[in-house]
Design a protein around this ligand. Structure first.
Ligand SMILES: NC(=O)c1ccc[n+]([C@@H]2O[C@H](COP(=O)([O-])OP(=O)(O)OC[C@H]3O[C@@H](n4cnc5c(N)ncnc54)[C@H](OP(=O)(O)O)[C@@H]3O)[C@@H](O)[C@H]2O)c1
Length: 150
């Protein structure tokens, strides 16, 4: 059965981003490191990916435009009110539709696998407000910075 999961990495004291809104600190970690809730196992159960425009633009600017592949094989929805450019070869759908509608489409596309709300926190909050989140998984790998940012 499809579950909608906000799976988020954080420091021990609850920060999900640094002061520059960078994901560098996260993506340079070996997050596929085994253990409960590890990324490798989690992503295998994901059939659709949802994120906000800032997260998308950061990935494009800092990874894709530097030659790295788009991170997700799953159909991906990016929430934005703007006209953004999709990554070549990736299944990316830009949307400003209500979260309920997008959630329905994503759950359908997931074909029995889970829907992952990647973030940011505000988008996850919109899903929570609509009662659409089944689960929150907060990953705190021991290799992550363990102090908060300002
Ligand atoms: N630790 C983690 O696991 C993790 C994972 C992902 C992200 N993050 C962090 O989260 C932060 C980004 O979060 P954020 O909240 O600032 O940005 P975000 O959610 O990635 O993007 C926010 C943008 O998404 C669009 N948006 C949001 N809700 C929408 C809706 N209902 N309809 C249409 N568009 C909508 C708007 O873009 P437009 O202006 O284009 O309309 C909005 O400005 C970053 O600092 C990042 O590092 C952390």
């Amino acid at each position: 059965m499809t579950r909608t999961i906000y799976y988020v990495a954080s420091t021990l004291d609850g920060f999900i981003a640094d002061g520059h809104h960078s994901l560098d600190w996260l993506l340079k970690q070996d997050i596929d490191q085994g253990g409960p809730m590890n990324y490798g196992e989690f992503i295998g159960g994901v059939g659709a990916v949802l994120m906000g425009a800032s997260t998308y633009e950061w990935i494009v600017k800092h990874q894709v435009s530097r030659g790295e592949a788009w991170l997700y094989a799953q159909p991906s929805w990016v929430f934005t009110h703007r006209e953004l450019v999709a990554v070549d070869g990736a299944d990316i759908r830009f949307t400003k539709a209500p979260v309920n509608d997008v959630h329905m489409a994503a759950a359908d596309a997931a074909q029995g696998k889970n829907v992952w709300i990647v973030g940011g926190g505000n988008l996850a909050g919109q899903f929570a407000d609509e009662g659409l989140l089944d689960e929150l998984i907060e990953l705190v790998p021991t290799s992550f910075p363990q102090v908060g940012w300002g």
